[in-house]
Design a protein around this ligand. Structure first.
Ligand code: SF4
Length: 389
């Protein structure tokens, strides 16, 4: 196949649905987590769950970058913009993520702070060059996909000798999060929040173009769970589900790659070298919903310390609990669904999010609100109205 619409072909999807149904054993359940927010969006948008037998359950994972950003880090960004008078630059979705007391960077901007939306880290660098009398902070978030552009901006700032540019690094690591989730399925008494039962993992697309398939091999070897790296189109996701079910039925646990048109075993060596040049591992980092996971995030290393916001500004970190009605934590661990939250579609909607999962189109709550809430209505029958219809 060559063109994107071929990966959305309904006839082929029906054929794959029949192949999955033929492969599935009625005597057991299959709990498959799509780690990545892009897959969560695709699953909701194309109604993939509806094409699967009822004993194949898709579980949304924590792979939406803004969803896993803890409230304390957003509070720190707001403090930087309001108390240190910096120009704070970041990606659009981050501006709307609720922080403490339901504040957000967007509200800080409305109250006079200089908060700017950028499309890339290099936009922030350009702003620093154009305003040499102001401190510019790039609020850097995301998984391995957005880490190389931050590294490029920091390296470029050093090459240009910029004195007014730093990056507030919040980049996180996919394999460590998968380990955190799998550890949370460990028996009671291990001290971690309880996670969902997982029989297999649909591996991320874009992240894997950078890191390759090799970093997931521990999932198969140490946790005996299969992984299939999948592209973002609906046929990619369905083919990956088929491959996972085939592995599970055969009692195999291997890393397979469905997304061969973009991912290989070793990933993008140039991007990995750039990241290794600028960043170190953090010993610990708090994730929303998953708690503190060791060695799961990056910080700017000593060689580039002059461009590290956390070294230039005193921004003490304070862990903050989610809104008490919000179920984002349980949703990010895969133990609840968006419709299990009593705020879903009432107090919490994309225009007025209470929790982080309702902000980005990759968030499980936002995706279900956009594409799935009318299915809830259909499934509940005529006596129940869909939320917010
Ligand atoms: S619906 Fe809103 S409040 Fe509920 S879990 Fe989702 S984001 Fe949190």
């Amino acid at each position: 196949m060559k063109y994107v619409d071929e990966f959305r072909d309904g006839t082929l999807a029906c054929g794959l649905a029949r192949a999955i149904a033929a492969e599935v054993r009625p005597s057991r359940d299959y709990h498959l987590m799509e780690f990545c927010g892009g897959h969560t969006h695709a699953v909701s948008r194309y109604g993939i769950q509806d094409l699967l037998p009822p004993n194949v359950r898709l579980i949304h994972g924590p792979g939406c970058p803004v969803c896993v950003l803890p409230i304390g880090r957003i509070d720190s960004a707001i403090a930087l913009a309001q108390e240190h008078d910096v120009i704070l630059c970041t990606y659009g979705d981050v501006l709307r993520v609720p922080a403490s007391e339901r504040r957000s960077l967007l509200q800080a901007k409305a109250a006079g702070a200089d908060v700017r939306m950028v499309y890339s880290s290099l936009d922030a660098l350009r702003i620093a060059q154009e305003t040499p009398d102001r401190e510019v902070v790039f609020f850097a978030i995301g998984f391995e996909t957005t880490t190389p552009p931050t590294a490029a901006a920091v390296r470029q700032a050093k090459a240009l000798g910029l004195k007014n540019f730093t990056a507030f690094c919040n980049h996180v690591l996919t394999p460590a999060a998968i380990r955190g989730i799998l550890d949370s399925t460990a028996p009671e008494g291990t001290g971690r929040a309880k996670g969902a039962r997982l029989d297999g993992i649909i591996g991320p697309s874009h992240v894997s173009t950078v890191i390759g398939s090799r970093p997931y091999e521990f999932v198969a070897e140490q946790y005996q769970r299969p992984v299939v790296i999948a592209g973002f189109e609906p046929l990619d996701v369905m083919q990956s589900i088929f491959m996972l079910i085939r592995q599970i039925n055969a009692g195999r646990a291997e890393v397979e790659n469905e997304f061969t048109r973009a991912v290989n075993r070793d990933g993008n060596h140039k991007a990995q070298t750039l990241v290794a040049e600028v960043f170190d591992l953090r010993p610990a980092f708090e994730w929303r919903g998953l708690g503190v996971i060791p060695y799961s995030a990056l910080c700017i290393n000593a060689a580039y310390g002059d461009f590290d916001t956390e070294r230039r500004f005193p921004i003490p970190y304070r862990a903050v609990a989610d809104h008490k009605g919000c179920e984002c934590g349980a949703i990010l661990r895969g133990v609840k669904k968006p419709q299990d939250c009593r705020l879903f579609g009432t107090a919490c909607i994309p225009e007025n999010p209470v929790g982080s999962c309702m902000v980005s189109s990759e968030g499980a709550c936002a995706a279900h609100y956009t594409y799935g809430r009318y299915r809830d209505y259909r499934d509940a029958g005529p006596t129940r109205k869909a939320v917010n219809d």
